[in-house]
Ligand binder design. Structure first.
Ligand SMILES: O=C[C@H](O)[C@H](O)COP(=O)(O)O
Ligand SMILES: C=C(OP(=O)(O)O)C(=O)O
Length: 449
């Protein structure tokens, strides 16, 4: 990969355009030094891996595979530990096994992991007891603690983000290929969980079926290598453009630009302005790109996004991640899907059932109802069924820990329970049991489709 200012100039064209949701760094010189350091760091991912994911996403767009994309709302530097990383990965592997086996579909597994450190916010400041400070924008920008010192954006944090992402990705790669993700471990992923939880028990039953199927294949003389490792990709929102463009490099094989901070990046609902910096940045890189589409998205917006981001109409290049809200999806999604399909574009359609269903509980906790999450996914499947298009996947905020951030699910978390283990730094995540419940229900919907 080449790293000189001239060769990566195409990754900087966004600088002439308005960039929403960027931190107000107090010291531009310090930022410049950090960018220079980041530019000298090695890539976190290889461009060829991004190409492979783009081809996997092509299968999703063509209706031949299903995307499971999930992980924290906001990763935190102090959660870069083996336990945290393992439990997230384990949850995703379990969900992947459920979807693959119960829905009989190849599942493309992508974590919101190893880079999801930056958050767009509704308000630039937060006021508590008469004190107003900058809002928390993710560990890549400032600290969560409500003090002036912690909340002041510090560009050195961008370097910590790089190192935290590198450490996380290193362990994820080790787990994915070093034996932990071997499908023969399908029971081991569940060990700490099965006795206490209905979804754990349901999973255990499915794991026994997977075992029998594998034993059967072995008895027939096939023991495929594919079962021993898992293809797992990283993704995050490409929000802080100084960071993303510092990690944008020319691929020596093709001469094209790749954002090597993660395999897939997405542009959020708050930064997808057609004439804005984020779309310009995304248009220059060859990674598979996601764009979040909220309930106000017009078909014209969607078509313009396709023209900007996927001019070649290449299946796998562009994923629309819709996040409409359970009460709106059945109204708003059909026109978008219809017009995009009629235009000849082959995007992947993925459902984020989290971001349109957030509300504040009386206790002040931001939360989501599991039933709303499920209903949005149902609406997503209904719309695609009605139009004969492919419901390509789900994008969820989840954790492997037994947090109490979303209400409902098989283990029945009530609004009054939220305080017990409310650990997210930003938005509420499904816990492990709710995540597995969702995987089973989605597998059922997929099978019926
Ligand atoms: O995760 C998404 C956004 O960052 C989040 O929903 C914004 O939350 P806020 O409205 O509390 O700023
Ligand atoms: C901010 C996010 O979502 P959205 O852009 O859809 O609000 C997110 O997924 O973290």
């Amino acid at each position: 990969m080449t790293v000189n200012a001239e060769s990566t100039a195409g990754g900087n064209t966004w600088r002439d355009l308005p960039a929403a949701q960027q931190p107000e760094w107090p010291n531009p010189e310090a930022l410049r030094d950090v960018i220079a350091d980041l530019q000298s760091y090695p890539p976190l991912v290889f461009a060829g891996e991004c190409d492979l994911l783009r081809s996997r996403m092509g299968a999703v767009a063509r209706g031949e595979a299903f995307l499971l994309q999930g992980g924290d709302c906001a990763e935190a530097f102090d959660a870069v530990s083996a336990d945290h990383i393992r439990s997230k990965l384990k949850t995703l592997l379990q969900m992947g096994a459920v979807l693959t086996y119960a829905a009989s579909v190849p599942v493309v597994k992508v974590g919101r992991i190893a880079g999801q450190y930056s958050k767009p916010r509704s308000k630039p400041t937060e006021t508590r007891d008469g004190v107003t400070l900058p809002t928390y924008r993710g560990d890549s920008v400032n600290g969560f603690e409500f003090t002036a010192e912690a909340r002041t954006p510090d560009p050195e944090r961008l370097k910590r983000m790089y190192h935290a992402s590198a450490a996380t990705l290193n362990l994820v790669r080790a787990f994915a290929t070093g034996g932990y993700a071997d499908l023969r471990q399908v029971h081991a992923w569940n060990q700490d969980f099965v006795r206490s939880s209905p979804s754990g028990q349901r999973y255990e039953a499915l794991a026994r079926e997977i075992d029998s199927a594998m034993n059967f294949m072995k008895a027939c003389g096939t023991d495929p290598e594919e079962f021993k490792t898992v293809e797992f990709y990283s993704s995050h929102e490409a929000l802080i453009l100084d960071y993303e463009s510092a990690l944008t490099r020319v691929d020596s094989r093709t001469g094209k630009l790749y954002d090597v901070s993660g395999h897939m990046v997405w542009i959020g609902e708050r930064t997808r302005q057609l004439d804005g910096a984020h779309i310009e940045f995304a248009s220059r890189i060859r990674n598979p790109i996601g764009v979040k589409l909220g309930p106000k998205t017009s078909p014209e917006d969607a078509l313009t996004l396709i023209d900007r981001l996927d001019p070649e109409r290449e299946p796998g290049r562009l994923t629309f991640i819709t996040r409409m809200g359970a009460d709106k999806i059945r109204d708003r999604l059909p026109e978008l899907v219809e017009k995009v399909t009629a235009s000849g574009a082959r995007v992947a359609w993925v459902c984020d059932p989290m971001h349109g269903n957030t509300f504040e509980a009386a206790s002040g906790h931001k939360t989501r109802r599991f039933d709303d999450v499920l209903d949005e996914v149902k609406g997503f499947f209904e719309v695609h069924k009605g139009l004969g298009t492919h419901p390509g996947g789900i994008h969820v905020e989840l954790t492997g820990d037994d947090v109490t951030e979303c209400v409902g699910g098989g283990d029945e978390i009530f609004v009054d329970d939220l305080h017990q283990r409310y650990e997210t730094a930003c938005d509420p995540r499904l816990n492990r049991s709710q995540s597995l419940d969702l995987a089973f229900l989605v597998a059922e919907m997929y099978r019926q489709q």
